[in-house]
Design a protein around this ligand. Sequence first.
Ligand code: FES
Ligand code: FES
Length: 153
Amino acid sequence: MEKKPIELLVNGEIHEIVVKPNDTLLEVLREKLGLTGTKEGCGMGECAACTVLKDGKPILSCLTLAIDVVGSKITTIEGLSIGEDLDPLQEAFVQHGAVQCGFCTPGMILTAKELLGRVKNPTADQIKEAISGNLCRCTGYTKIIEAIQAAEG
Ligand code: FES
Ligand code: FES
């Protein structure tokens, strides 16, 4: 398959890369840009471990072709912290014990980021609905919900 040069805007930086038409955004982020904070779980749209933000909205990077996000602004978990300073959501996840194996955490935090940008002081039910596609095998979700509520306050 013929490769093609594209520009991707990721975490505020433009990256000039060459991709195959069927390269997923997940593959490009992890393998070409070294942004391994975005996790590959199922690889088929069922776990949301691979969630990133496209123009502020959560998308599944395992189901998204890199060529389809040219012209969009992509944010990965690496784009949330500024230098050593963690995003308040990242801090809250750590403080509330919402990170165990950590595999779901980047996707969970990006999904929560979009929710908090859209809904002020979300209820537990609103949080549950927002993260309903993000699977966590470790925490039972309670600590994740508490962390998201704490990040707001
Ligand atoms: S890795 Fe993308 S949904 Fe599971
Ligand atoms: S912390 Fe392990 S999957 Fe969520």
